[in-house]
Design a protein around this ligand. Sequence first.
Ligand code: F6R
Length: 369
Amino acid sequence: EKGGYDYFMLKEIAEQPKAVADTLLGRIDGSGSLTLDEVRIPANVLREVDKVVIVACGTAFHAGLIAKYAIEHWTRVPCEVELASEFRYRDPILDQQTLVVAISQSGETMDTLMALRHAREQGAKVLAICNTNGSTIPRESDAVLYTHAGPEVAVASTKAFLTQLVACYLVALYLGQVRGTKYADEIRAVVRDLASISGAVERVLDTMEPVRELARSLAEKNTVLFLGRHVGYPVALEGALKLKELAYMHAEGFAAGELKHGPIALIEDDVPVVVVVPSPRGRSVLHDKIVSNIQEIRARGARTIVVAEEGDDAVVPYADHLIRVPVTPTLLQPLVATVPLQVFACELATARGNEVDQPRNLAKSVTVE
Ligand code: F6R
């Protein structure tokens, strides 16, 4: 049942190109328009939405953080992202014009479920992004967009995360399409790029041997730090979460712009720092900023592990280890940049003798608070 792999997690990492393709299947028509009829929230209701609030836990929350960048950019609708466990216990401001998006692989996470109940009580419309047919969260939502990752067995989420990202992009693009936006051309171009993204994920998977080797060489380390900007920031958080849960190492993700506000004090000789570098095209300011961040930490002794787009030469002089990912539109980069971090965490866990599929103290579906 592990299909020849030693662990479910390895199998699920390898299944990501298919999971991504399956989640796109039938949702984009020949003309490049999105056909999300399954989102049974009428277009006029979607046009009136004046705020999107995303609620989720753990890895699904990281997907939500990335969705915020896409939703606000393509639709110009304000979007908040909140941990379900925080949202439900404060007094959030919601009404009929709020679209709440609840993201959950299992569809059974208690905090996410309670958050959506809380939202519906206040008249908000709830759209679930979920991987489990007929589970509680989609049943209690106004509409659901299923991710087609297939069953995810390993406790650490991998393919479900990538498909959550795809679903989030689809929701963002669909909202843009329904509401009309000045980014109509860009949206069409991104929809075209989405069609080839599964192949890009496949290419990343084909080049993971050096990442595994690097992971094994770091098995004795105590700490790994992760830095990113823009959508690379949630990718950094996700890389750190994977490492904590699988390798039981201290790992933290930071927004690179925050370095000087504290985290740079953690940099000491040979501490591994994974840096997710945005594309030098498009938002080149971000790229230049992160290149100087890499220089800053390296000058203080960090061992830099740089995840950068193919052809990005500016990072080469400052990278102790370079992990290449295919060229993608800026907002889609998490779909390729997350994969090496999953492989990295999985290999470190194995090197440290940990149980990969069933990390200590964790459960696949958190149905208690
Ligand atoms: C981390 C992980 C968890 C889940 C979280 C939410 O690898 O798997 O952080 O993402 O427990 O679970 P769902 O998506 O089922 O609501």
